[in-house]
Design a protein around this ligand. Structure first.
Ligand SMILES: Nc1ncnc2c1ncn2[C@@H]1O[C@H](COP(=O)(O)OP(=O)(O)OP(=O)(O)O)[C@@H](O)[C@H]1O
Length: 342
């Protein structure tokens, strides 16, 4: 990560090979992963079943982009990341990272990628944090000057100075996560896969991790693929988001477009002078909640609020009103619901 563009580091395409001429760094073309699962169904009986964890997914990621990869539990996110790192071999389709087929040349690729799994650590549990970094130094054969520069920068930006001599098992979750992120970056990876990097962190630690990732991407052009259940991670870091469900890509585009894709709604929060029966709103607008004199009227996000506001103001004893934009959680929940009932 931390090599500057002038010190001969790998940033700015200095690797030369790999990324296509058009800047595409990750290529996923109709990739599938099918697991064979055996289930006991009786005393000596076993049933074989296939789980299609990833179902003909295609996308490309250009160098330097930060992309969110989201979906409900069991959607196929981790399986995709495991195929991108070469841990798993696809059952079908074509996959390239920096021009490398991950499962065929896993160790060659390992020098160019960094991986952080929020729920597991790659650090040595009983050893002081610094020992895991020394090990990575040797394992990845990082040149001494580069290692020192990268470590110094990570220590400074992730505030690890006081933690280097502390055994990993004594670190808090947030401290360990920052330690893990540093470990993944010491060898200057061009792409960083982050699987739930802010899970379980408090607000301050989340902010610190997000700000570090933003800087890393802006300064070093590191490509980032981010899997998370925390949609604020996506809102604050990614201009593009991919939504996966049941192994299929449901949406790939800018965050703003998700609202449209989810056919989301806005809500008019209406304060009346007194408690009244639900407002008679013209369809498709409708009252979705009533609490004393306050009522919530949902209407399509693409529609102007003005006619609805004018009508309510003319027909009801209005005290105050405000319009609430849909939050991304609601939009995505709606997308999942629609798919489940389709
Ligand atoms: N090694 C495996 N053997 C059999 N089935 C598996 C295996 N790994 C994953 N699966 C199944 O594949 C599907 C996708 O799992 P995956 O872990 O990729 O989902 P995910 O989106 O990462 O979920 P989560 O958010 O819960 O981590 C699930 O149905 C899961 O049970």
């Amino acid at each position: 990560m931390v090599s500057g563009p002038t010190d001969g580091g790998p940033m700015n395409g200095a690797h030369g090979d790999g990324a296509r001429g058009d800047g595409v760094f990750i290529e996923v073309d109709h990739v599938e992963k099918v697991f064979e699962v055996r289930r006991r169904t009786g005393f000596l009986r076993r049933e074989r079943r296939q789980v299609r964890a990833v179902d003909s997914i295609s996308f490309t990621v250009p160098r330097g982009e930060m992309v969110g990869y989201i979906g409900p539990n069991g959607a196929g996110k981790s399986t995709t990341i495991k195929m991108l790192t070469g841990i798993l071999t696809p059952s079908g389709g074509r996959l390239r990272v920096a021009g490398i087929d991950p499962s065929r040349e896993r160790s060659r690729l390992a020098h160019r990628i960094g991986v952080v799994f929020g729920q597991r650590t790659t650090l040595w549990w009983d050893l002081p944090l610094i020992d895991s970094y020394r090990l990575a130094h040797r394992m990845y054969r990082i040149p001494d000057a580069r290692y020192r520069a990268n470590l110094d920068r990570c220590v400074e930006l992730l505030e690890l100075g006081a933690l280097l001599d502390v055994p990993v098992r004594q670190l808090s979750l947030g401290q360990r996560m920052r330690g893990d992120i540093a470990a993944a970056l010491l060898h200057d990876p061009e792409v960083l896969y982050l699987d739930e990097p802010t899970i379980g962190l408090d607000v301050v630690s989340k902010a610190r991790v997000r700000s570090f990732l933003r800087d890393l991407n802006a300064e070093r052009g590191t490509t980032v693929l981010l899997t998370t259940h925390d949609l604020q991670d996506i809102e604050q870091l990614c201009s593009r988001v991919m939504v996966i469900d049941h192994g299929r890509l449901m949406y790939d585009g800018p965050l703003a477009g998700l609202h449209q894709a989810g056919e989301s709604e806005r809500t008019l929060v209406v304060d009346l002078e007194r408690e009244l029966p639900p407002i008679d709103a013209p369809a498709p607008a409708r009252v979705v909640r009533v609490e004393g004199p306050r009522q919530w009227v949902a209407f399509p996000a693409a529609q102007s609020a003005a006619p609805l506001v004018a009508r309510i103001a003319a027909e009801y004893p209005l005290v105050d009103l405000s319009v609430r934009e849909p939050d991304i959680e609601a939009v995505i929940a709606r997308m999942y619901e629609e798919r489940a009932t389709a």
